[in-house]
Design a protein around this ligand. Structure first.
Ligand code: OAD
Length: 279
């Protein structure tokens, strides 16, 4: 799956370290989480104008609470059932071996941390965290608590749909001490990306020699500008995707296949697999 040219590069350059990974939905596909775009993608069934913008979500909540409930049950159930796959583990292994400086991710599924990655910049937030939009306090949620919420959402309600949903919202997204109301810590379209995570991401990009782009269509900015940013500062860009991204042309090396298989091959090529598995 990885060609001779890439294999040679991996063997010669990876042992020197200073690698950063930039990941998108494709890396979590093998964990059972659908991507956003393309066949079977989340946006095929849910209009992002309605389900990924603050105005759209407020509209659905008010006008079609049953659909909102279905959306929440589907997305949280999928996230709760997912486990890190060989691709997440490979990146965590590279970091443990001291070769990868960190992961910049657009994903909200928490799988990089669960795989053991320590240095992670979460550009679009985390579905297992709530945030107060007023004072920016953030609280990580126990998975059991999220599972409990999904169970409640699945139960038929004797109240009217809107009231029952409001009741669940009050329970799992409580008021903050500052008076604001917690919400899921996910960045919606039209919202600003978290400053701290962006700074972390640029620090990683500015210092890296290799940028591994894994499982992203590179179609949502500003994150999609990262490969160009790293390349302009002298990094080699490697794209690993099932299909070429919108910016595949700027990559120095490309490998098209499943992230788990390709990254396992990369580990084999750099000959640190044994070391990582033993760690
Ligand atoms: P996309 O759904 O746009 O792209 C997924 C990419 O993963 C595509 O390039 C696929 O070829 C690739 N892919 C699919 N399966 C794969 C596999 N098993 N191994 C390797 N690659 C695979 O997802 P993102 O680029 O992450 O933002 O989307 C970016 C942002 O758009 C998301 O963070 C989200 C979305 O709207 C917000 O919600 C704010």
């Amino acid at each position: 799956m990885i060609d001779v040219k890439l294999k040679k590069f991996v063997r010669e350059v990876f042992p020197k370290g200073n690698i950063v990974a930039f990941t998108g939905a494709g890396i979590s596909y093998e964990s059972g989480i659908p991507t956003f775009r393309g066949k079977g993608g989340l946006w095929e069934r849910y209009d992002p104008e309605l389900f990924a913008t603050p105005e759209g979500l407020a509209h659905v909540l008010h006008n079609d609470p049953g659909r909102m409930r279905a959306f929440m049950v589907e997305t949280f159930s999928v996230l709760l059932a997912a486990h890190p796959n060989p691709a997440h583990l490979a990146l965590a292994g590279l970091e443990k071996a001291g070769l990868l400086n960190g992961v910049i991710t657009q994903n909200v599924d928490d799988l990089h941390r669960r795989a053991g990655s320590r240095s992670v910049a979460e550009l679009h937030g985390n579905c297992f965290r709530i945030r107060c939009p007023r004072c920016q306090s953030r609280i990580m949620l126990e998975r059991e608590r999220v599972a409990e919420m999904v169970k409640l959402l699945q139960m038929p309600s004797d109240k009217d749909e809107a009231r029952s949903l409001a009741h669940i919202k009050d329970r799992y997204f409580p008021k903050c001490r500052c008076g604001g109301r917690f919400r899921t810590d996910v960045v919606l379209f039209g919202e600003t990306l978290p400053e701290e995570e962006m700074e972390k991401a640029y620090r990683m990009l500015d210092g890296c020699c290799v940028l591994l782009v894994v499982g992203s269509s590179l179609s949502v900015f500003p994150a999609a500008s990262f490969p160009m940013h790293a390349k302009q500062r002298g990094a080699a860009v490697i794209e690993i995707n099932l299909e070429p991204s919108e910016q595949a042309g700027l990559a120095d090396y490309r490998a098209f296949g499943s992230a788990g298989e390709v990254l396992t091959e990369v580990l084999n090529a750099v000959r640190i697999r044994g070391r990582i598995v033993q760690d």
